[in-house]
Design a protein around this ligand. Structure first.
Ligand code: PLP
Length: 387
């Protein structure tokens, strides 16, 4: 099998699994219990919090564990709506956010909030002039994803943070695809809320965190016990939290070498495909893109058929966002970048990891080339038959 879908999820690192395992066995205690073996678990959770805080230059008390990126996104947006509505009811976001943000915005708009969806250009970069123009005296939040899950475009987060700060508006970024894939400093970038997830960084699924800048009003995500300083009740996912912290520690320590390696592989893949397969468009920004992300649209090709045929050849890939697969509507991200539906339908996302080899890339390109040619020939024949 060739795994080219690391934006959907990643394989857990062996060191992460090793760090988690005792918490399923001898270290099974409830961190809220008062005997020694259980309080050790409480300490381990707080050590994990410290490790994670260090990876984004945050303070330990600014990290709240969640069940993943979706929950962190929901919490950030709903919290600002709840606590800052007296200042205003206007939120700014973009058209290319993950559904965890978009559907929360939809919900908030039903509750009387006004949402402005800023456009992106053909490379998926936010239109900064539109963003600046959209800010009003009643704007309470700007939420812009750090990097897009489909096309990999990285937004100018530092610049957006500066603008938000100057305007006195809170700033949330969904960094699920960016965390441990690009360097992040919440202070330098003036980020007030940041969402991240374990399973995109070779950690476990079902765990993530929300960073909340100290001093910002925060309401509980869920009510119950005193866990997470009464902000996110429920017995902690101890193995998950330990695994998340281990993955974050290892992946951030190796970040720069990994970026260089993945970029080389990514650029080689892009070059081969763009040179060897005609009528192909590279989606996303050529330079400001995630190191492991490649996204092509092949004209005259049905992306779903391409995926099925790749699967039969043992290649795991995606047509866009895993969360929307199964839906026949073309991706909202590609639409926002101005792609006509018929081209958007022929989209293939390949997302690499540092373990992706040159041989795997060569095999993938050769297979994609063969299938694209086959599908184009078929559609050409079909067209003739139809005529
Ligand atoms: N935000 C982005 C940009 C994502 O890519 C994803 C997952 O694909 C999520 C949020 C949701 O994260 P999780 O799967 O941890 O809930």
């Amino acid at each position: 099998m060739i795994y080219m879908d690391n934006a959907a999820t990643t394989a857990v690192r062996s060191e992460v699994l090793e760090a988690m395992t005792p918490y399923f066995g001898e270290k099974f205690g409830n961190p809220s219990s008062l005997y020694g073996s259980a309080t050790e678990n409480k300490k381990a959770i707080n050590e994990a919090r410290r490790v994670i805080a260090d990876t984004i230059q945050a303070k330990e008390g600014e990290i709240f564990f969640t069940s993943g990126g979706t929950e962190a996104d929901n919490w950030a947006l709903r919290n600002v709506a709840e606590n800052y509505a007296d200042k205003g009811k206007h939120i700014i976001t973009t058209k290319i956010e993950h559904h965890a943000v978009l559907h929360t915005c939809e919900y908030l708009s039903k509750k009387g909030f006004e949402i402005t969806y800023v456009n992106v250009d053909e490379y998926g970069m936010i239109k900064m002039s539109e963003l600046i123009k959209a800010i009003r005296s009643d704007t309470i939040l700007i939420s812009v994803m750090f990097a897009n899950n489909e096309i990999g475009t990285i937004q100018p987060i530092g610049e957006i943070g500066r603008i938000a700060k100057k305007a006195g508006v809170l700033f949330h970024t969904d960094a699920v695809q960016a965390y441990c894939h690009v360097p992040i400093d919440v202070n330098e970038m003036n980020i007030d809320f940041l969402s991240a997830s374990g399973h995109k960084i070779r950690g476990p699924k079902g765990v993530g965190f929300l960073y909340v800048r100290e001093g910002i009003k925060l309401s509980p995500m869920i009510f119950g016990g005193a866990q997470e300083r009464k902000m996110r009740a429920g017995t902690e996912n101890v193995p998950g939290i330990i695994g998340l912290a281990k993955a974050a520690q290892l992946e951030s320590a190796e970040l720069l070498q990994r970026i260089a390696k993945e970029r080389r592989a990514r650029d080689y893949l892009i070059e081969r495909v763009m040179c060897e397969i005609p009528f192909t468009r590279l989606n996303g920004h050529r330079v400001n893109r995630l190191p492991g992300n490649v996204n092509f649209s092949f004209q005259f090709v049905d992306g779903e058929s391409l995926l099925v045929m790749l699967d039969m050849e043992g290649i795991c890939a995606s047509s866009g966002s895993a969360c929307t697969s199964g839906q026949k509507a073309p991706s909202h991200v590609l639409k926002a970048a101005g792609l006509p539906d018929e081209i958007a339908y022929g989209t293939l996302r390949l997302t690499l990891s540092e373990d992706t080899t040159r041989e795997e890339i060569d095999k993938t390109v050769n297979v994609v080339k063969k299938i694209v040619t086959e599908l184009r020939n078929k559609s050409e024949k079909q067209k003739m038959l139809d005529e």
